[in-house]
Design a binder for this molecule. Structure first.
Ligand code: 4NP
Length: 162
């Protein structure tokens, strides 16, 4: 199964770097150090910037270090470099589908939704927390990490074939 995974959101400063950091920690703990992980944004506004301070803070609270990550923009060639390209929401997925087409389309792997790997959240989106919305009474960043942790565990199970 996947030996390289790219996580993609809009800005690459909230959702996808958090997914990269959570998966790095959980994959390492699960003996999956060899899986190459990266993240990118479909937009270019934050290229070169570290993750949003709110993502860094909530990550730190849960034991994940996001501080060394820097934003980059997703490119068509990413479909040649990664086995799995995972979108945080449907808008990201649409943008990635256009990049996938620009890369030549099939047989390169088509983008998928990240939460399709999160048990009980299949088909759903990781809501964009950037504008500070609360979700289910929780800070959007805490909710974001809850969803990401569920998807990370689902990805591990999928890679292990269980
Ligand atoms: P992300 O969140 O896609 O999870 O990194 C966002 C970050 C920045 C913006 C939107 C979403 N923005 O509009 O600048």
């Amino acid at each position: 199964m996947a030996s390289s995974i790219l996580f993609v959101c809009l800005g690459n400063i909230c959702r996808s770097p958090s997914a990269e950091a959570v998966c790095r920690a959980r994959f390492d703990a699960a003996g999956l150090k060899h899986v190459r992980l990266d993240s990118a944004g479909t937009g270019d506004w934050h290229v070169g910037n570290p993750p949003d301070p709110r993502a860094i803070a909530e990550g730190r609270r849960r034991g994940y270090d996001l501080t060394s990550l820097r934003a980059r923009q997703a490119v068509a060639a990413d479909f040649e470099r990664f086995d799995l390209v995972l979108a945080m929401d449907r808008s990201n997925h649409r943008n990635l589908t256009a990049l996938h087409g620009a890369a030549g389309g099939e047989p390169l792997p088509a983008p998928r939704l990240f939460l399709d790997f999160a048990r009980g959240h299949e088909g759903l989106e990781v809501p964009d927390p950037y504008f500070g919305d609360r979700v289910g009474g929780k800070d959007g960043f805490a909710h974001m990490f809850d969803l990401i942790e569920a998807a990370a565990d689902g990805l591990i199970a999928e890679i292990r074939g269980v």
